[in-house]
Design a protein around this ligand. Structure first.
Ligand code: C2E
Ligand code: MG
Ligand code: MG
Length: 319
């Protein structure tokens, strides 16, 4: 409808629950349809979903995780692991990516893909994200004190951290509280951040860059296909998504994509990091393609702080 010179575009999300298959009780049918409608909204709106039992199970599980997550920071169930990152040309260890883990008292280790979206929906990501930054900077400052002052740490940021809380102050506090130099901190952003309208992304990035912090774009090639943002927002590094790397030696199309992204990055004065390197032949191919840095199970997955220390001492001997 158009009114007062303004056009509103209205779309509809539908959830379906059918009697008697799903239930023959009206209230239960309505609840099921509501659950299905939320799934339709989550999947991009303007569509419909029909209810199935798995939806209720997932919803229940997620509600439980949301409740448990509230207490997880205070009861020290969140921990950071660190995945080593290497320069491909020299084979030298250059830093690590900080990866969040949740040691749930009854469910065991939970990986971030299963709870970050819950933290984002409930707003807990602000508090968790601030803790992650403090913890990662603290750990990296420790490596520096141990004599490994060339190492940097990369921290993943959620787009929601740009919407809520004062990200700039949180980053600056983490650096000053731990004494880590800003040049040793890299923040990993996702492409989706650049599609969100109304966020002062460029202002925040600009101010943090003035402090000396560096940026990278994570999972490149999986989200947004308009690369225009790369020239508008200055980032130092592009991380090619694991999906391209894992098929690199079997699929010539993936090789073409990696080659093109590498050339583009170098043309724009950016570095390329490949994630998910699992074997020597992939590593060799990436070296030939001119890729700058890499991480992956070929060297190590995410390591606890103690394991990382051990790794550091062993690798330092090789360099
Ligand atoms: P990401 O930033 O792309 O991190 C890389 C993921 O790939 C990690 O999974 C890592 O363990 C896994 N990985 C690394 N090397 C290999 C490999 O050689 N093969 C395979 N198959 N996988 C590999 P993880 O730790 O489960 O993290 C998943 C995602 O969760 C991360 O993807 C990141 O987007 C998000 N995440 C992790 N920590 C944080 C955090 O502190 N804050 C936020 N906002 N997001 C986080
Ligand atoms: Mg990452
Ligand atoms: Mg990634």
């Amino acid at each position: 409808p158009c009114q007062a010179g303004k056009c509103l575009r209205i779309t509809c999300s539908l959830g379906l629950s059918i009697a008697p298959d799903d239930s023959d009780d009206f209230d239960i049918l309505l609840k099921n349809a509501d659950t299905a409608m939320y799934i339709a909204k989550d999947r991009g709106r303007n569509g419909w979903q029909s209810y199935n039992e798995e939806m209720s199970r997932n919803l229940k599980e997620n509600l439980r995780l949301a409740t448990d997550l509230r207490g997880a920071i205070d009861s020290q169930q969140l921990v950071m692991h660190y995945q080593p990152k290497f320069e491909l040309k020299t084979g030298n260890l250059v830093g690590a990516e900080a990866l969040l883990r949740w040691e749930h008292p009854t469910l065991g280790m939970i990986y971030p893909d299963s709870f970050i979206f819950i933290a984002e929906k409930t707003g807990l990501i602000t508090e968790i994200g601030a803790w992650v930054l403090q913890e990662a900077c603290f750990q990296a400052a420790k490596w520096h004190q141990q004599g490994f002052a060339h190492l940097h740490v990369s921290v993943n940021l959620s787009p929601v951290q740009f919407q809520r809380g004062d990200l700039e102050a949180i980053v600056v506090d983490a650096l000053s509280d731990t004494g880590l130099p800003a040049r040793a901190l890299e923040l990993e952003l996702t492409e989706s951040l650049f599609i969100e309208k109304g966020l002062d992304v460029s202002g925040v990035l600009h101010r943090l860059r003035e402090h000396g912090v560096r940026f990278s774009i994570d999972d490149l090639g999986t989200g947004y296909s308009n690369l225009g943002y790369l020239t508008r927002f200055k980032v130092e590094t592009l991380k090619i998504d694991r999906s391209f790397i894992s098929r690199l030696t079997h699929n010539s199309h993936d090789e073409a994509v990696v080659r093109a992204i590498t050339q583009m990055a170098h043309g724009l004065n950016m570095l390329i990091v490949a994630e998910g390197i699992e074997d020597e032949s992939t590593l060799e191919r990436l070296r030939l393609l001119g890729c700058d840095k890499g991480q992956g199970y070929f060297w190590a997955g995410g390591l606890s702080p103690d394991e990382f220390n051990q790794f550091l001492l062993e690798t330092a001997g090789d360099e």
